[in-house]
Each structure stands twice: as structure tokens, then as C-alpha cells.
Design a protein around this ligand. Structure first.
Ligand code: GUN
Length: 281
């Protein structure tokens, strides 16, 4: 059984990106810049944003975090995004989700120009990804994709089962696997025979947010299992996959924590660098 080491893969990717940033610096005499907007004081968001900032600096990006209180009005945020859109030193803009209720998520996502949308959430990027054109790809599914490709470089003809249909994970994950010529089944909370569907998968990506939903007898022998879940339970943080059972059956599996999580941030840096490069060409 291969325990997919997301921490190690993310460190390798960051090292590659660090070299790339230094190469770009010699060519353009400037480095890509990432600006993160954080609204309110939700602890998980603060931790994510701190980690993003630390990693961005580590690879040599220009990194900026702009913080607002929970009470900030929507117009202030939209005006700020407008300024950042026009700021040449900013290659990528990310507004940390979730947002306070009085701020419209759709408006915020659509305010960031697609060229600086490092999350890949703007409808133009979503459309480009599904049409097979160049686009920013949401960081978590991109991280999952890179981990899968490490284990199995040729995915053509493989059966992939994605559990979860969110814009953040399930849908873009599906597009990435389709591009690799997988036969993809998207499942979700209303799927009739989830176990039966999972048993078909050479690759199973679980992104539903249900603690340890995927059991050992849901998984085909020699499959690759990617666990996107981060669920708080009485026994601590667990994924969407019952790790102990599934790791006895699968060929390769990501742990939680230390699997997909570290790759997500590394992919954000990768997207920022790619936005910068597209802006220079
Ligand atoms: N909150 C949790 N994950 C994400 C993400 O990938 N992007 C943004 N903007 N907010 C998040």
C-alpha cells in the first residue's frame, strides 16, 4: 500500500515553484504577487490565510493579506477588488471563504477579473476548464489531480468516482479527470447506491464532508483513494474515508491530515505564478 505523502509532495512542488519564481525574477525583474482578502475572525480561515502567506513568502512571491472586520460592507470589498484588478504588482487575488451573510459571494467572485482569479471560481474560468481551454483550476482538486498523477501517470480509460458535486471540489475534479480520459461518475448525497458506485472506481475522490463515509467494503482492490474531507469529530479531525479499513484494500491512499491539505496551498502558489506568466506574455 502506498501512503500518499501530501506534505512531501507539496514541499517538492514548493521547491520547484521557488526556482521558477527566481527564474522569472531574472527575466522580468519582478516577482508574482498574491493578495488575500480576509473578512471577519473565523479561526479556520485565519489559520488558512496565515499558512498561505507563509508559503507564498517561502517561494519568493510578493504576498499581502488585507483584513476587514465582519461588519465591513460589500461595497468596500468590491471597490478594493476593483483597485487590485488594476494594480500591476498583483498577479492573483483570493477572497477567503466563507463570507459574512451580508456579503454576496457570487458578486465577490465575479468582481475579480478572470486573469487574477487564482481560485478558479470565476464563471469564465469554470467555463474555460470545462471547455478544455487554459484556465485557473481550483486549488484543492488541482492538488488531488497532481497526487493521483504521481501514483498513476496514465489515467486513460480508468473509472473514476467523485463523491460530492460542489463548485469548489467535485465539479472541477470531474473536469480534470475527464481531460485525462477517465470515465467519471459524479455521486452525491442523493445517489441511490453510493457503495455500489464506489466499488466500480479505479480512482475514488471523496469530497462530501461526511466523517468516514467510505468504508473498506466500498473500495475495489488496487484502487487509488483521495480523501478531501476535513471533519471535526469527538476523536479529532477525520476525513471522508474510514482510513484504517480502506488502507487495507486500496493501492494508494491520502491520509488526513497530511494528504490533500498541504497540496492545496502549494497549488494556490502555482496558480499565482501561472497568472503572472500569462500576464507577461
Ligand atoms: N475557504 C476554504 N477553501 C477555500 C478556497 O479554496 N478558496 C477560498 N477563497 N476560500 C476557501
Amino acid at each position: 500500500m502506498i501512503l500518499i505523502d501530501g506534505k512531501k509532495e507539496a514541499a517538492n512542488l514548493r521547491e520547484e515553484l521557488r526556482k521558477e519564481v527566481s527564474r522569472l525574477k531574472t527575466i522580468y525583474n519582478k516577482v508574482p504577487g498574491l493578495t488575500v482578502i480576509l473578512i471577519g475572525d473565523l479561526t479556520p480561515s485565519q489559520i488558512y490565510v496565515r499558512n498561505k502567506e507563509k508559503s507564498a513568502k517561502e517561494v519568493g512571491l510578493k504576498s499581502e493579506v488585507i483584513k476587514y472586520p465582519d461588519s465591513v460592507d460589500e461595497k468596500t470589498i468590491l471597490d478594493k477588488i476593483d483597485k487590485l484588478n488594476k494594480d500591476e504588482t498583483v498577479s492573483g487575488i483570493l477572497v477567503q471563504l466563507p463570507l459574512p451573510k451580508h456579503i454576496n459571494k457570487k458578486k465577490v467572485i465575479e468582481a475579480i477579473i478572470p486573469e487574477k482569479d487564482v481560485d478558479g471560481f470565476h464563471p469564465v474560468n469554470v467555463g474555460n476548464l470545462s471547455s478544455g481551454y487554459e484556465s485557473s483550476v481550483p486549488c484543492t482538486p488541482l492538488g488531488c489531480y497532481l497526487l493521483i498523477k504521481k501514483v498513476e501517470p496514465n489515467l486513460s480509460g480508468k473509472k473514476a468516482v467523485v463523491i460530492g458535486r460542489s463548485n469548489l471540489n467535485g465539479k472541477p475534479m470531474t473536469q480534470l479527470l475527464l481531460k485525462e480520459n477517465c470515465t467519471v461518475t459524479i455521486t452525491h448525497s442523493k445517489t441511490k447506491d453510493l457503495k455500489g458506485e464506489c466499488l466500480q472506481g479505479d480512482i475514488v475522490v471523496a469530497a462530501v464532508g461526511i466523517p468516514e463515509l467510505v468504508k473498506g467494503d466500498w473500495i475495489k482492490k488496487n484502487s487509488i483513494v483521495i480523501d478531501v474531507g476535513i471533519n471535526k469529530t469527538e476523536k479529532g479531525i477525520v476525513g471522508d474515508v474510514a482510513f484504517e479499513e480502506v488502507s487495507k484494500i486500496a493501492k494508494a491512499i491520502t491520509p488526513v491530515p497530511g494528504g490533500v491539505g498541504p497540496m492545496t496551498i502549494a497549488c494556490l502558489l502555482k496558480n499565482t505564478i501561472e497568472c503572472f506568466k500569462r500576464s507577461q506574455s
